[in-house]
Ligand binder design. Structure first.
Ligand code: ATP
Length: 234
């Protein structure tokens, strides 16, 4: 049984439909990449999983339960954390305060969870009491991911985690994603950086103008002529 199954969803903003019959599945323990160009519908797909948007057709099943349209807080309680594009951290609050905000599901386990996040991101512990604005761009992205991990999710949804970062910081972010996955968290990531995404992912999907057009193992997609032509600059 898949951990997450997006089954033929249609999604609209008002009366403008942007997703048509989109399906994907993620098994426990996998890292899966959702790839596509600007405006293809990647963010919309993630928002339909985490409760920000309600599909007009189809189902989003998590652990075999239809969570399509479930409120965001309940989705977090089910074990899904969403790290949105653009980080959205509170720059004037401390790093620790930012992390604590991610723990609103079960504050009793907060200290243990903080320790877990600090194990993955030691830099955040070293700087815990400093304001988040003093972090570099890459460190701010680590903080956004760390905040997502504070709810101890089974499934982490990551939207463009590497966007806007210098290449050396991009490597750090993808290494962090690999560590998180190795520790047992299933990952669904949305990326325009197809090269790096396919390096860390087990499988991937390609979405084009609101429709799923390709899927396969990371190796298959990296070798696919259509992917190479469109995205890898071949
Ligand atoms: P990007 O990488 O640029 O974020 P994306 O693949 O994540 O792209 P989406 O953000 O999901 O794409 O957008 C899919 C389509 O939906 C685009 O045509 C976009 O213009 C449209 N769209 C996104 N948000 C809204 C909104 N709030 N209202 C209306 N249309 C929207």
């Amino acid at each position: 049984m898949a951990l997450l199954e997006v089954d033929s969803i249609d999604v609209s903003y008002g009366n403008v439909q942007v997703l048509w019959d989109v399906s994907l599945s993620v098994d426990r323990g996998e890292t899966v990449a959702l790839l596509g160009a600007n405006g293809a519908g990647k963010t919309t797909t993630l928002k339909s999983i985490c409760g920000d948007l309600t599909p007009t057709a189809g189902e989003v099943r998590y652990k075999d339960e239809n969570i399509g349209g479930m409120p965001f807080e309940e989705v977090v309680e089910k074990g899904i954390a969403h790290v949105p594009e653009g980080r959205e951290i509170f720059t004037e609050s401390s790093i620790r305060e930012n992390l604590e905000l991610g723990a609103y599901v079960d504050r009793s386990g907060m200290e243990d969870q903080l320790a877990e996040v600090y194990k993955i991101f030691p830099r955040l512990e070293e700087r815990a009491d400093q304001r988040a604005e003093t972090l570099s761009g890459g460190e701010q992205q680590m903080l956004a991911i760390g905040r997502g991990l504070m709810s101890d999710p089974d499934l982490l949804l990551l939207d463009e985690a590497s966007l806007g970062l210098a290449p050396v910081l991009v490597d750090d972010v993808f290494e962090a994603i690999e560590r998180i996955n190795k520790q047992g968290t299933t990952v669904l990531l949305v990326e325009q950086d197809i090269y790096n995404a396919l390096r860390v992912a087990d499988r991937g999907y390609v979405i084009q103008t609101g429709e799923m057009t390709l899927s396969g193992t990371a190796e298959e997609l990296a070798a696919d002529e259509r992917v190479k032509e469109s995205y890898l600059g071949a």
